[in-house]
Design a protein around this ligand. Sequence first.
Ligand code: FES
Ligand code: FES
Length: 188
Amino acid sequence: MNKLTRDTPVGTEPVEITLFVNGEERRIAVEPDVTLVDAIRDRLDMLGTKVGCAHGQCGACTVLINGERRYSCITLAVMHDGHHIQTIEGVEDNGQLHPLQQAFIDHDAFQCGFCTPGQIMSGLGLLREGHVQNEDDMREEMSGNLCRCAAYQHITAAIWEVHERQDEPGVRLSEQREELLAAGGRVR
Ligand code: FES
Ligand code: FES
């Protein structure tokens, strides 16, 4: 098996890559055409990240890559050798829900739940970006995450609540943890 380098020829043979997933170093072998979401689900057996459209249209597959929210269905795993990936499995902290996860429960922000991991990851990325000024901004910023159950009002309310609570110690602690994850720190 080839180790991925700048000079690795493009082909069909698996190459070895290293992903830092939720703070854990994971080495996997992937063919060059394997998407990041397929690597996460099929090679790492982490099924929290969903696949809806597989075409960059719905946001179900949203993860954070080096702290930025991205659709993992339209990017190849080999492009992320050495990158830090945060998935929904890395959001809770030793069994304690992240304030945003709790807010989704409190605001009844899901029905079937299929879109929820992507909504939460996108919400986390949005909160970290820190440029949302009001709920209209938030709706616009979340427009890349579709919900077939149309729970939009509740999703917006949940994210806005955490946005408004960001100065509270418990919420801030979680943000620090996320920054650590985004920077590649080990958290467990
Ligand atoms: S599954 Fe990736 S955007 Fe729809
Ligand atoms: S809760 Fe069902 S798709 Fe969003």
